[in-house]
Design a protein around this ligand. Structure first.
Ligand code: BGC
Length: 401
């Protein structure tokens, strides 16, 4: 059975329950913030689902610029090849062969990275979940032109969901057997999968490897100076603060533009303003997107220091502990559990929220939504769907609560 069908089948059931409960919208859900984060509501073709985003004035997405991130990752890798091609080409055949770990076909972060990498290396321009036959090339700084070949590419999904570190490890073991010294480079849509792959390299063999997320454990690998050569920071402080700030603006009585400018472009009522990274508002998709940054051995220590945003200086004057329901698609996702959620917790003393976390199993939307009780007791909702196409399902549940 195609695993990807499971979530949709179970969703149909959930949707059925909602409809049979019946009733028109009485809960005032549209008068409360509904903030999507990390998984942008999208249509099946990975473009933003504007209907979901226009559900209410208080519906927003707080994330990072996925497309620019993919381009940045691609540039980082191409720049590395330019600098190191001669020493990378293990079998001296003039071709830089690489394997690619894809995170989740149905996630626009993942497809943006796959496309960004392929474009930069000249091996393709789509997010297709299979090795591309198009041959790329990179002219190294020493003037020699190397061919670039994608040997293998695969979505890393198992029963615990997509972005699987374990599956990436198993795939890498198979690729090492199959391609041997044709593999000069390993590229991953995230750090967790990159770490799973590195664990399979034969003792003493270094293969330049690149991930995405700047998780602490990956920064350690970069600093050790082994195979892990680079990653991208999605600027998790600015991203987390974007969500906390949107909620704060609502509780501070901001409306309209105030929702996405206070604390972003100008200080909010408490004198706080996000300074750790630029966050841009896109009106068309109601998205606040943090910029991305390249991390290599040159700046990994600074990123690892993980200091709080210097613009968040004051605890809010509003001492009410506002009740917020916050969902996480998977209790085992590397980036969310290692980097994002601990960062939310670090800022709570400034923002004053009482968060109820619901973490899913990474594969079934019901693993999250079955935890929805007394939805009306919450003053705001922060949502991370299992499938990015399921935003409307959450909106129906909120409207019918
Ligand atoms: C991160 C991945 C993570 C995914 C979860 C992405 O932005 O880079 O590491 O698995 O979000 O939705």
């Amino acid at each position: 059975m195609n695993k990807k069908l499971i979530p949709f089948a179970s969703l149909a059931l959930v949707a059925g329950v909602v409809t049979s409960c019946g009733g028109t919208t009485t809960s005032g859900a549209k008068e409360k913030p509904l903030i999507f984060y990390n998984r942008q509501p999208t249509l099946a073709n990975n473009s933003v689902d504007k209907e979901v985003m226009n559900w209410s004035d208080l519906t927003f997405y707080g994330g990072f610029d996925a497309v620019a991130g993919g381009d940045t990752q691609g540039k980082m890798i191409a720049d590395y090849i330019k600098e190191h091609a001669a020493e990378m080409d293990r079998n001296g055949d003039g071709t830089i062969g690489y394997v690619l770990a894809i995170g989740q076909n149905s996630h626009n972060d993942s497809s943006a990275r796959t496309i960004g990498i392929r474009k930069a290396l000249g091996t393709g321009s789509t997010a297709e979940d299979k090795a591309q036959s198009q041959e790329g090339s990179v002219t190294a700084n020493d003037g020699k032109t190397y061919k670039v070949k994608e040997l293998a590419a695969q979505e890393m999904r198992d029963s615990a969901g997509p972005w699987s570190q374990a599956v990436a490890g198993t795939a890498m073991a198979g690729w090492i057997n199959q391609y041997g010294d044709q593999i000069d480079l390993v590229v991953s849509n995230n750090d967790g999968m990159a770490e799973g792959m590195i664990a399979q390299y034969p003792e003493g063999l270094e293969i330049p490897t690149f991930g995405y997320d700047a998780n602490a454990s990956t920064l350690d690998l970069i600093l050790e100076g082994g195979s892990m050569k680079g990653t991208i920071t999605q600027n998790h402080h600015a991203q987390v603060l974007t969500v906390l700030q949107l909620l704060r603006n609502f509780f501070d009585g901001e409306t309209g533009e105030g929702m996405y400018t206070k604390g972003f472009k100008t200080a909010d009522k408490s004198g706080n303003q996000i300074l750790s990274a630029n966050v841009a508002y896109t009106a068309d998709t109601k998205a606040l997107l943090a910029e991305n940054g390249i991390v290599t051995i040159d700046n990994a220590q600074g990123v690892k220091d993980d200091v709080l945003d210097s613009g968040i200086k004051n605890k809010t004057a509003d001492t009410t502990k506002h009740k917020v329901l916050w969902t996480v698609y998977s209790s085992t996702d590397n980036f969310l559990n290692q980097t994002y959620i601990p960062t939310v917790e670090r800022y709570l003393e400034y923002y004053n929220y009482d968060i109820t976390w619901i973490k899913g199993d990474g594969t079934q939307e019901t693993s999250v939504t079955s935890g929805f009780t007394n939805l009306n007791n919450y003053e705001a909702y922060v949502v991370n769907m299992v499938e990015p196409t399921n935003g409307a399902l959450y909106q129906d549940l909120l409207a019918n609560a």
